[in-house]
Design a protein around this ligand. Structure first.
Ligand code: GLA
Length: 375
């Protein structure tokens, strides 16, 4: 099955690390429904590393940790499915996972079959301890084939933690997404760093095999496994805008059982989610900016509109500026752009082909732009 838009969901790693159990995950699944996240499009509940025991069973199968998951994985998956959500699990292409549990190397087909029996809908597949003598592409082709032949539709989320240029070869495997970055942390520096890494790989974006910029930290507020000082609401808003506009899968990492209103408003911004899920899934264009700390990007949308975002990485207030010539809209066309902000009611028309706007430190300006006649 081809996945026509980037997946959306929640993953245990950012908040819980290796400390989660069936009660936590069920509560998260409940919160996904009651908070309105499911209605906003989030559908996968994903358990990351450390759900397993330290050893395989006598038949060589992976086993759920009996104290953390006393009812077993099938029961958890049934519960998640009963809420109309989908269930995802984690494994690794090496002999061990990043948390040193048994990895899937040389057990790919038996593991894929086990996951299918448990009702798994999504597999995140990591890259720790991978073989130094075998290129990662063979390992991801192999697990991709194992999943495809498991008897169940399972989305394959390939995570080489950004290593070995996955964007240049992952599209040839059955993967639906590939992690372009190292691990995110809940800090502005990390958001800035992961965004800047994208400039070199914008042309590798594309439909059905999505560039995964890593899980969101929106709403973590400095608490949890990847906490590193936390971010302000403005920074979380900019982070979400970038991930959504760049077409990254939107996988929440905060504890949604205690979600505050600001976090919810960010994670459920309908217009941004619509841009994230735009059917055409065009690659992102970097526009020429006057200030390299305030880059602006555009993305052509399926209905002829354009998504435009300017993001401030500057530590003081500044100016966002770009020209629409770069989008082909010179004055000779008789056309300009009408910009509708995706965060407030602002609506403005670009005159003389140039957009110039004040922008607060770490903030963003994100618009859906419509092509209109010059008046
Ligand atoms: C790697 C991945 C993370 C997480 C951990 C789990 O670091 O990049 O997203 O899955 O492993 O051990």
């Amino acid at each position: 099955m081809a996945y026509n838009t980037p997946p959306m969901g929640w993953n245990s790693w950012n908040t819980f690390g290796d400390e989660f159990n069936e009660k936590t995950i069920k509560e998260i699944a409940d919160a996904m429904v009651s908070s309105g996240l499911k209605d906003a499009g989030y559908e996968y509940v994903l358990i990351d590393d450390a759900w397993q025991t330290m050893d395989r069973d006598a038949e060589g199968r992976l086993q759920a940790h009996p104290e953390k998951f006393p009812s077993g994985m099938k029961a958890l998956s049934d519960y998640i499915h009963s809420l109309g959500l989908k269930f995802g699990i984690y494994s690794c292409s090496g002999p061990l996972t990043c948390c040193s549990r048994p990895g899937s190397l040389d057990h790919e087909f038996i593991d894929a079959k086990t996951f299918a029996e448990w009702g798994v809908d999504y597999l995140k597949y990591d890259y720790c301890y991978h073989s130094p003598v075998m290129h990662g592409k063979y390992l991801y082709r192999r697990m991709g084939l194992a999943l495809k032949n498991s008897g169940r539709e399972i989305l394959f989320s390939a995570c080489t933690i950004g290593r070995d240029e996955p964007g240049t070869w992952m599209r040839e495997t059955p993967a639906t997404m590939w992690r372009s970055t190292c691990d995110i942390s809940d800090s502005w520096e990390s958001i800035k760093d992961l965004t800047k890494q994208q400039d070199a790989i914008l042309e590798l974006g594309g439909k059905a095999c999505y560039n995964d910029m890593d899980m969101l930290v929106v709403g973590m507020r400095g608490k949890g496994n990847v906490a590193l000082g936390g971010c302000t609401d403005t920074e979380y808003k900019t982070h979400f805008s970038i991930w959504a506009m760049f077409g990254s899968p939107l996988i929440i990492g905060s504890d949604i059982r205690n979600m505050d209103e600001a976090t919810k408003a960010i994670l459920t911004n309908k217009e941004l989610i619509k841009i994230n899920k735009d059917e055409a899934y065009r690659q992102v264009i970097k526009l020429t900016a006057i200030d390299e700390d305030v880059p602006c990007y555009a993305r052509m949308l399926d209905n002829g509109d354009i998504a435009i975002g300017c993001f401030s990485f500057a530590d003081s207030d500044g100016l966002a500026r770009f020209t629409i010539d770069e989008l082909g809209l010179t004055e000779s066309t008789g056309k300009t752009l009408e910009l509708h902000s995706l965060w407030d009611d602002e609506c403005l028309t670009i005159t003389h082909g140039t957009f110039m706007h004040t922008i607060k430190a770490h903030d963003c300006l994100v618009y859906r732009a419509r092509v209109v006649d010059i008046k």
